[in-house]
Design a protein around this ligand. Structure first.
Ligand code: PMP
Length: 449
């Protein structure tokens, strides 16, 4: 490994960092994280902080899970790679699919298609949705509905259903036939509706209108996150996802639940859909499936969808997949990670400490009037919307947001900024003491605004 000076000098030269401006990275060099243990990370200068972001909403088991690490290492020596394209398979892939299916069986999931991450998984579900309708004899169903503020990765399909224009403008034209409904975001919405249940009804009405306008027989699927993550941790009313399920059913539209963040315990249940009592037709997973230790995603397919593929003739063949689909090392990581997730019952800790974090942030909102909205309270996902004027709800400027971030970091916690939101999704194994450290660091960050 090169020395510290080399790393600092070259940090933003050859390496383009995702989701940022290459020029900004040279002015404010990205923090170089060189080590991690438990729920904490350590930078190249030796400063350790609690990682309130869990990597990127993914390190559910924390950084020190030896069982997962050992399984990955063992598998590298046993079989470092082999393709699982039709004609070949490998032992960990078979076992991982069995375990993932078993884990999501209460959500109605019967088949598993592995990918290399969340964006791949979204793409997989969108493509399979179109093929499903074609196989059923409804090839006109090609369009997709989704929610504003939704995040579904950055591939062309995912960006097309994405509900934040940052990921769209500059990359257009995107996939035709993608239409966006208002988000269940009570703090700001086109209806000026602050009651979550009423807002759910209004969005349901907007969805009905859009379906009438487009023609139900042109729509393949509706994709949504059970709790919108990157969009600001937007928690819908408990009636929202069931309403969406009912509308999809009535119009023959598939419901795809994007669980890339919400899967594997983050919401306090094993899936976000289960948290809201809904069975989706397909689910997108990644991140927590390996706790971020290896890049893996999985598209999860219900019996209803699987049956159509499996009982179709030659057209039922899936001409879709990735070199690293069902990668044996990734699959070994999945097996160990699922075993650890269940053994540690991470969803129970997520529910309890999620409440502690949420209540702590609500207390900070009494003290700091730059806090416009606090969202969370369903497991370990928290969003804090920062404003420069509470009455006018004026979004806080970027420089102040960066100062909040840096001050919180110096005071002991890494948080994430999403525009003028502070976002948090710590490891599900976090302790009460570490939650208090995050709250104290946030307090310092807000005081510096
Ligand atoms: N869907 C959701 C809900 C996500 O949060 C993300 C990533 N944050 C993605 C899809 C894309 O996943 P990836 O970055 O692994 O491609």
């Amino acid at each position: 490994m090169k020395d510290e000076n080399f790393l600092k000098e070259n940090n933003a030269l050859q390496l383009w960092h995702p989701m940022g401006h290459p020029g900004d990275a040279q002015v404010t060099p990205p923090k170089i994280i060189k080590g991690a243990a438990g729920s904490s990370i350590t930078d190249i200068d030796g400063h350790s902080v609690v990682d309130a972001v869990g990597g990127l909403w993914c390190v559910n088991l924390g950084y020190s899970n030896d069982k997962v690490k050992q399984s990955i290492a063992d598998q590298l020596y046993e079989l470092p790679y082999y393709s699982a394209f039709a004609g070949t398979s490998n032992p960990p892939a078979i076992e991982a699919a069995y375990k993932v299916q078993e884990f999501f069986a209460p959500d109605g999931i019967e088949r598993v298609f592995f990918t290399s991450g969340g964006s791949d998984t979204v793409e997989t579900c969108l493509r399979l949705a179109r093929q499903y309708h074609r196989l059923r004899g409804e090839p006109t169903r090609t369009k997709f509905l989704s929610l504003k503020k939704g995040y579904h990765g950055t591939h062309f399909g995912g960006a097309s259903v994405n509900g934040n224009n940052r990921f769209r403008i500059g990359y257009e034209p995107l996939l035709p036939g993608c239409f966006h409904l208002p988000a269940p975001y009570t703090y700001r919405n086109p209806f000026n509706e602050t009651d979550p249940a009423q807002l759910a009804q209004l969005i349901a009405q907007a969805m009905e209108d859009e379906i009438q306008f487009q023609g139900a027989n042109t729509i393949a699927a509706f994709i949504m996150e059970p709790i919108q993550g990157a969009g600001g941790v937007i928690v819908p009313d408990a009636t929202f996802m069931p309403l969406m399920r009912e509308i999809c059913d009535r119009h023959g539209i598939l419901l795809i639940s994007d669980e890339v963040i919400t899967g594997f315990g983050r919401t306090g249940d094993w899936s976000g859909a289960r948290h809201w009592g809904v069975k989706p037709d397909m689910m997108c997973t990644a991140k927590g499936i390996t706790s971020g230790y290896f890049p893996v995603g999985a598209a999860l397919i219900s019996g209803k969808v699987a049956e159509v593929f499996e009982t179709s003739g030659a057209e039922g063949a899936i001409y879709h997949g990735y070199t690293y689909s069902a990668h044996p090392v990734g699959a070994a990581a999945v097996i160990a990670c699922l075993e650890e997730t269940l053994r540690l019952d991470t969803k129970t800790n997520a529910a309890a400490l999620g409440t502690q974090l949420h209540e702590g942030v609500l207390k900070l909102a009494e003290k700091h009037d730059i806090i416009g909205d606090v969202r969370g309270g369903h497991g370990l996902m928290t969003g804090i919307e920062i404003v420069s004027n509470r009455d006018a709800k004026t979004p806080m400027d970027n420089d102040t947001m960066k100062r909040i971030h840096q001050t919180a970091y110096e005071a002991g916690a890494m948080v994430r900024l999403g525009a003028h939101n502070v976002l948090m999704s710590p490891p599900l194994t976090i302790t009460a003491g570490e939650v208090n450290t995050i709250l104290a660091a946030l307090d310092a960050g807000f005081a510096a605004a």
